[in-house]
Design a protein around this ligand. Structure first.
Ligand SMILES: Nc1ncnc2c1ncn2[C@@H]1O[C@H](COP(=O)(O)OP(=O)(O)OP(=O)(O)O)[C@@H](O)[C@H]1O
Ligand SMILES: [Mg+2]
Length: 507
């Protein structure tokens, strides 16, 4: 095939010696939607950053048959290439329009910003690409899916016709994903070329024309999506068959460790974000919150984990009122928390893997000065192996691939002897092989008599892990499912969208 974009022999060695790309060859046809798949740390983000001029590497890049030096994102923009990163780069304080024109501001002759024009242009872009964004809303106040739209508009405003998206659906709900895909198909129809990095094999089948598979810094093949199954793709990525269905014994629930009663949290606009929610979590079970994002789950987790104290009702963990406790005390009581946002609250990106893995030992052991480092090092090394983290103890978190960062946080939170594990979107951005491993770990926690509270927007995950499901809709629990085998995706979807509610909620 005559490739529109050709990358030949791309080799990228980071300053710390990590070979992220090892003679990668890649071909992208004009007007196709092309997926890049592969394990965490396989080099997907890196090779796309090279195409976008954000990383320099050895090798050659041809666009439309012509050899190009892409030395900066600006040079890439000039060639019509735009990229939305795995972790967004918006300035939270800026409204949408200002982020969209950041670095390419329109100015009049005297050098003053043409604010009105930029706002009007933003509105026009929103209409043209059918994306609902308020030009004046500060990006820090937006939902992730809206912030993502701003990122995409920013790229389109710069005139990109080649759009690179790094795991765009990792943070989206199924509905938002569908909406994004509709928009990407529209772009494709108007001649855009789209490259999308994703771990979700179903999405590759739904959206993409071809898929390039990367393994350990190399491209191992390119396939027509129509010719391969999801199982084929996962085998090519990981090099073995991956179990997508988990084997697990029936739950053996014991005592209640967490009891929430009449929890109400005020929301914006006078409406309650959480409205009189009551439920219990017991040892030896995995209780899952299912629901479309933004229906109160986040606020419930905020109250339960002690991060948020502004509520009425009660949250009692092992007989103690959570509201009166500091985070450190809650943790000492045996609660561990894998937060939804790994960069904001999950880790310290400027520290190394070892420091992040032992962060809780400082919390648990107040005589931090006397921590014995040698056994901790051994333990941490063990965790790196157990969770298949691609990195070394001394490696900075900020230099890890997205999925590997997530694995460090999970390893830290599952160590020690927690009584309750709150796992909020635990496998976001994690590859299929590692998802299998994390699911096994969570089931093992349950089997060891721990309580697990799972929040997940991924229905596969919900069905794979849950012993009980609570469905959230508009701040209320609309269904409490005790026999997970008795409902299917369709039924669950009806509860999630509020089309059906259970008459009696026994949560
Ligand atoms: N800035 C950096 N400095 C040093 N090493 C890095 C840096 N960024 C990435 N790496 C390393 O390069 C390798 C490839 O990383 P990359 O981010 O390209 O992986 P990925 O395929 O996108 O993974 P994921 O699916 O987890 O996002 C990894 O081993 C990673 O630790
Ligand atoms: Mg990546």
């Amino acid at each position: 095939m005559n490739d529109y974009i050709r990358m030949v022999g791309i080799t990228k060695v980071y300053p710390n010696g990590v070979v992220a790309n090892d003679h990668v060859d890649l071909g992208i046809a004009r007007g196709e939607i092309h997926a890049i798949a592969g394990e965490n740390g396989a080099g997907k983000s890196t090779v796309m950053k090279v195409l976008y001029g954000a990383e320099r590497a050895e090798g050659e890049i041809y666009i439309d048959g012509e050899k190009r030096e892409i030395s900066s994102p600006k040079a890439a923009n000039a060639l019509g290439i735009g990229m939305v990163y795995q972790h967004f780069m918006l300035v939270n304080e800026f409204p949408a329009w200002q982020n969209i024109f950041f670095g390419t501001e329109l100015r009049n002759k005297a050098g003053f910003l043409k604010k009105k024009e930029m706002i009007a242009r933003t509105k026009q872009l929103c209409e043209q690409y059918d994306m609902q964004v308020d030009p004046l809303q500060p990006c820090g106040q937006m939902s992730v899916s809206t912030a993502q739209k701003v990122e995409i508009l920013k790229v389109l405003a710069r005139g990109a016709t080649i759009l690179i998206l790094d795991e765009p659906t990792a943070v989206l709900t199924p509905q938002e994903t569908e909406q994004l895909f509709r928009q990407l198909r529209l772009l494709k129809e108007s001649g855009f070329t789209v490259i999308i990095i994703t771990h979700k094999l179903k999405e590759i089948k739904q959206l993409c024309d071809r898929v390039t598979i990367m393994r350990q810094g190399k491209s191992v093949g390119v396939y027509n999506v129509a010719d391969v199954t999801e199982a084929d793709i996962s085998r090519l990525m990981v090099g073995r068959d991956v179990a997508t269905r988990m084997e697990k014994a029936p739950a053996n629930p014991g005592e209640t460790v967490l009891e929430v009663q009449g929890l109400t949290v005020a929301g914006p606009g006078g409406k309650n974000a959480v409205d009189g929610v009551s439920f219990k979590v017991r040892t030896g079970e995995i209780l899952c919150f299912a629901g479309v994002e933004g229906n109160g789950q986040r606020e419930v987790i905020g109250a339960v984990s002690g991060l948020q104290k502004n509520y009425t009702g009660s949250v009692v963990f092992r007989g103690k009122d959570i509201r009166k406790m500091k985070i450190r005390a809650i943790r000492r009581e045996g609660m561990s928390h894998i937060p939804e946002d790994r960069l904001k609250s999950g880790c310290d990106a400027s520290s190394d893997i070892f420091e992040n893995l032992i962060a809780l030992d400082y919390d648990r052991n107040c005589r931090a000065g006397f921590l014995k480092l040698k056994p901790l090092r051994l333990r941490s090394q063990g965790q790196i192996e157990r969770f298949q983290i691609k990195g070394t103890l001394k490696q900075k978190m900020s230099m890890l691939s997205g999925g590997n960062m997530q694995k460090v946080i999970i390893a830290r939170e599952l160590q020690g002897d927690p009584v309750l594990v709150i796992a909020d979107q635990p496998t976001r951005g994690v590859d299929v092989g590692a998802i299998e491993a994390i699911h096994k770990e969570l089931i093992a926690m349950r089997d060891a008599g721990k309580a697990v509270l799972l929040v997940s927007a991924d229905l596969n995950e919900v069905f794979n892990l849950s012993d009980r499901i609570l469905v959230f809709h508009e701040g209320k629990i609309t269904a409490a499912i005790k026999d997970v085998g008795s409902v299917d995706e369709f039924q669950l979807g009806n509860y999630m969208l509020g089309i059906e509610t259970m008459e009696e909620i026994d949560a």
